[in-house]
Write a protein that binds this ligand. Sequence first.
Ligand code: FES
Ligand code: FE2
Length: 460
Amino acid sequence: MAVVDRRSSALPVPYAVELPDRLRKERYFHPDFYQMEAELLWRRTWQMACRLEEIPQPHDFAEYEILDQSVVVVRTDDGGVAAFENACRHRGVKVAQGRGTCESGFICPFHGWCYGPDGRNTFVPRKKTFAEHNLRPQDLDLTPVRCEVWGGCAWINLDDDAPPLRQCIEPFATILDAWKVESMRAEWWYACRLPVNWKLAEEAFMEQYHVVEAHPQLVIPGMRYSPGQSGIDTRAVIDAEIRYLRTMSEGMAGMVHAKDVRIAEGLRDMELPADPTEAMSTWHRTLNDEVVRWHRAEGSDIPDLNDLEARGLNEPMAYCFPHYFVLPMYSSASSYRFRPLGPEETMMEIWSLTRFPAGHEPETPAPPELWECDDPRWPPIPAQDFSNLPRQQKGLHAKGFEYLRLSEGVEGGMSNFERMVDGFLAGLPHESLLPALHSINVNPLEQPVVDLGLRGGFRS
Ligand code: FES
Ligand SMILES: [Fe+2]
């Protein structure tokens, strides 16, 4: 592939999205497309690199790998977080592996060059044997990588020209700040190897169109209630809602936390107004208030859920391009991160997040081993999602299959995501990408196709 000058005008994108409701299949396996993503997308975007509870103490570090790049994220002496390219300045050996604590710094295992936790080179064995031009101080320190902290996570960006983190991840950040996501902690952390393209994997979680067929247990009769509907048995609707919460909780092994399901069950027989609309709104408000009251009594930091509701922020999913999701429900959340391992291979990680009283946070879960997508240990709902993906990746290769056809009504979020990818592959400048990012860093589940302002910018 030709070397790309990203300052030049928009580049032609192969297999670009020409019609917003059609996605060419080559986007999901063609090696050239994948290579363009590696160079023009993954090297230019903010990425969630680790959860902060992985590196609680000064000198704790966590390695973050994306494609062929490895970055080491370190907790500094002042409690901040820094990141470096994970490559010894002598002959390139990775100075850190996995997760751990570097007591006084990193020692390269090959010839013993030493670096402080701040990345500064502190020792070169037999220094006098090197020529002067190979020992310029600025060439000896680990190469810094941009790193910022938000939402209980450290984020990195390999592009020195990118705008600051917060600018790039709005309105995702503002929505989840209101949820106080930074005070959540991981209860468990699993990882899956999916034999599919990373975009295909993400898109399985960007729409709800699949729920009826793929997750039939979530279709609970009598649960849907529209205000004003007459002849409604509110007790039956509430029972159905509680059943739904329990099924979600068990199906995700979290997200709707078992603690919150118990709170809902405790309210089952509460007194309710006779009018069904009033009864349902009383039920929803009371459940929110009771969850908040219970967690605050425990000593946990939790936002006022009815206030979130009033501000229109009570959405069940928040997405941050290119690879991070948070799905908040009542006190808790599930969180996803996707990373490409090859054109047709992806790692998906799932964290179950919840709140704990200050000082009673659990041990940080160990970095997960990569389970196969049909591993029996997966909770039922992700297992159902995973079961379709390998079949879909295979199906895409069918000779006569040209493109994925989307419903503008219920699959708009996918289209917006794919056209955002094209904006990056066109090498557009950050100032053009930023407004588009702001359009897609929202809940994609019911999002219509939106104009990202990139149209024409990436057409050849
Ligand atoms: S490669 Fe690191 S000391 Fe030689
Ligand atoms: Fe699903």
